[in-house]
Design a protein around this ligand. Structure first.
Ligand code: ASP
Length: 429
């Protein structure tokens, strides 16, 4: 019998997870599921996170150091940042156009919404986190990029940008030095890189079971807030339509303009990473798989992928920025606060910055939404309104975040002459 491709196995795992979760809710197996099934999902995500820092470190040093000269580094770096910014601004604009047309918040009667206790506590916690973000100065996110101690930076997945900073710095020093001096270090990092990619392959064998456990656990958790779910349907639909436009219209156009790759092939190649993004809600946890898929299944050179993707996982979040634009306007509409053109432009700027600053972990986009709300004078407490549906939207926006990174990596590789065509079997496996 032909071996089932990985993405099919993952889809089956996801569907079974949702079905199981629904049944578990009906039959009252919630405690059992939380005690015996959910932990396997947590272990799976932990495994992915476990290798994220070493992977970013080794692959970036290898990537930067192999860019033979500084001119090449600045050219690829420049292209990457320009593409990341452009796609983010497009995403925010789409979000704004949609939310201003649909006006989901106007259907809202603030007093009629009964926020469940669970939701309220969760939302309060987010609002607290959000207030902490707000108290920092405007340049704080730049200050935060430069670590004072690389080991403490590497000990926390939230400081990925600091690890990236150090790795790029390290790589630049390697380029400047004569190659006889750096030969052994280079060989060392090449070896580490190969070993880590092998670990990713091993972890992926468990992916179908991991996503089953993740989704079963999530569906069981969601049970309580289903009434809020319905009330927020219009808002969610607006975000989802925007995200679909990114995946089905914007990225295909970008790929068509700059590469020869067919979108169907791109989709086939990247789909396991998209499914993981959906199940884990974390671009950082998905990164190892995004890299592996881009290199082995889309034909992006290691030189490009190891530079563009780790950076993208941290700073390029098209889905998040689109969601922040919709979320901010939705909350403003619910409060009856009108937003004029300057306020809308402020959203473009702040949502772009907030998505760059958001950590690639679940729920980060919602915490950073406070920057956008603060800039347009909308009460941060409004976050409680959208908290109930945040997880499912987080799962979807993370898919877009990861797809955006892969699109830019493919475009940069293509314009650098570093995109090799891969066979159908490699695409499917
Ligand atoms: N979960 C998203 C990611 O990791 C960030 C967010 O929007 O919360 O890409």
């Amino acid at each position: 019998m032909k071996k089932l491709a990985l993405h099919w196995k993952i889809i089956i795992g996801m569907v079974l997870g949702v079905v199981y979760g629904l049944i578990a809710n009906k039959l009252g197996w919630v405690d059992f599921t939380n005690a015996w099934i959910k932990p396997w999902g947590v272990i799976f995500v932990n495994l992915l996170k476990l290798i994220a820092v070493p992977l970013v470190f080794a692959s970036l040093i290898k990537g930067v150091a192999s860019l033979s000269d500084i001119a090449k580094l600045s050219r690829i770096g420049g292209k990457t940042i320009a593409l990341y910014l452009t796609s983010t601004v497009i995403a925010v604009t789409i979000g704004l156009l949609l939310v201003n047309t649909v006006k989901p918040g106007e259907a809202f009667d603030m007093k009629s919404i009964q926020v469940s206790e669970n939701t309220q506590t969760g939302a309060d916690k987010k609002i607290e986190d959000a207030k902490e973000v707000k108290q920092e100065g405007p340049l704080q996110f730049v200050v935060d990029i430069v670590p004072t101690n690389i080991f403490s930076a590497a000990s926390n997945n939230r400081n990925m940008l600091q690890v990236i900073f150090f790795a790029i710095f390290f790589g630049i020093a390697m380029i400047i030095l004569p190659s006889e001096k750096t030969m052994h270090v280079k060989g060392f990092f090449d070896g580490i890189n190969d070993i880590i990619l092998q670990i990713v392959d091993l972890i992926m064998l468990a992916a179908p079971y991991g996503v089953f456990a993740l989704l079963a656990g999530l569906v069981v958790d969601f049970g309580a807030s289903s009434s809020l779910f319905i009330a927020l349907g219009k808002y969610s639909a607006t975000v989802i339509v925007g995200l679909l436009l990114m995946i089905l219209v914007v990225y295909p156009i970008i790929l068509k303009l700059f590469t020869k790759i067919k979108y169907v092939d791109f989709f086939k190649g990247i789909s396991p990473a998209q499914m993981l993004a959906f199940s884990t809600s974390s671009s950082a946890a998905t990164l190892p798989v995004t890299m592996e898929r881009c290199e082995d299944h889309l034909g992006v050179s290691k030189e490009v992928s190891s530079f563009v993707l780790p950076l993208g996982a941290t700073i390029n979040m098209d889905g998040t920025s689109l969601y922040q634009a919709v979320g901010a306007v939705f909350i403003a509409q619910a409060y009856g606060i009108p937003l004029d053109l300057p306020a809308q432009l402020t959203i473009v700027l702040t949502a772009t910055l907030a998505s760059i600053g958001a950590a690639a972990v679940p729920g980060a986009g919602m915490v950073m939404l406070v920057i956008v709300l603060g800039a347009i004078g909308v009460p941060v407490e409004g976050l409680a309104l959208i908290f109930g549906v945040d997880r499912i939207l987080d799962m979807m926006r993370t898919v877009v975040n990861v797809t955006g990174d892969a699109t830019v990596a493919t475009v940069v590789a293509s314009t650098e002459g570093q995109l090799s065509l891969v066979s159908d079997t490699e695409l499917m496996s």
